[in-house]
Design a protein around this ligand. Structure first.
Ligand code: SF4
Length: 227
């Protein structure tokens, strides 16, 4: 198996796994194209000269064993790489707890790595029936729904996050997401704001994302808001 293609490494992070100090490994590749993508440079799966060799990542982690609470694989979409499973095992072998950020485009691949995980941050895009409009990929909502079901069934602790921009997701859509999760027994939904510095490629005027109001989530009891 090839080494994972690592497009970035956050050596210390307090924001990628709640209440944990982590190193976060950003893997290349994603099959979806959300207009507010937080890491567009990682969407291509191809290696670049700026990538970090996997042995260097492991060597860094080995030196940080006593300083970190865990390691998070993020992206891009980390399940895009078949090397993820071996990478998770290698990090566990160093003694770290392992977290994963995923939007769930590959339910089977997610299910395969879940036994090696201690926590998952699951990124929702919209009500499942509206996914195609945001990801640009037909059938993506069904894949995300299946991945979330697998995650719930696994018993691995997780958090569901929803990235919201008012131009592409209105209040009713957020309410529908919260209601769907409540039906599935998911206790919380964390609403994240699309970054105001990103741009919306689908917007013919190329206007930047405005900041999202932080007040609306208060109307939905299930929802907590993260700026
Ligand atoms: S699923 Fe995540 S990495 Fe992929 S395009 Fe959407 S925001 Fe970007």
């Amino acid at each position: 198996m090839d080494d994972p293609r690592v497009g970035g490494l956050a050596r210390f992070s307090t924001v990628d796994w709640p209440d944990r100090l982590t190193a976060t490994v950003f893997l290349r590749g994603c099959p979806w194209r959300c207009p507010y993508c937080h890491n567009p440079d990682l969407l291509t799966a191809d290696r670049t000269g700026a990538d970090i060799p996997w042995p260097d990542v492991l060597a860094f982690l080995d030196r940080r064993r006593d300083l970190l609470d865990g390691v998070v694989f993020s992206g891009g979409e980390p399940t895009a790489q078949r090397a993820l499973a071996d990478a998770v095992r290698a990090v566990r072998a160093l003694g770290f707890a392992v977290g994963l950020h995923t939007a769930g485009p590959w339910p089977d691949r997610l299910a395969a790595v879940l036994p090696g995980l201690d926590w998952v941050g699951f990124d929702m895009k919209a009500p499942f029936e509206d996914y195609d409009r945001i990801t640009g990929v037909p059938g993506s909502g069904g894949r995300a729904r299946e991945s979330l079901c697998r995650l719930i069934d696994s018993g691995v602790p997780f958090e569901v996050r929803l990235t919201v921009h008012p131009a592409i997701l209105d209040d009713q859509a957020v309410d529908r997401v919260a209601a769907t999760l409540a039906d599935q027994g998911v206790p919380d939904l964390v609403v994240q704001h699309a970054r105001p510095t990103a741009t919306l490629p689908a917007d013919p005027d190329g206007r930047p994302f405005p900041a999202l109001s932080v007040t609306r989530a208060a109307a939905v009891p299930l929802v907590t808001t993260r700026a």
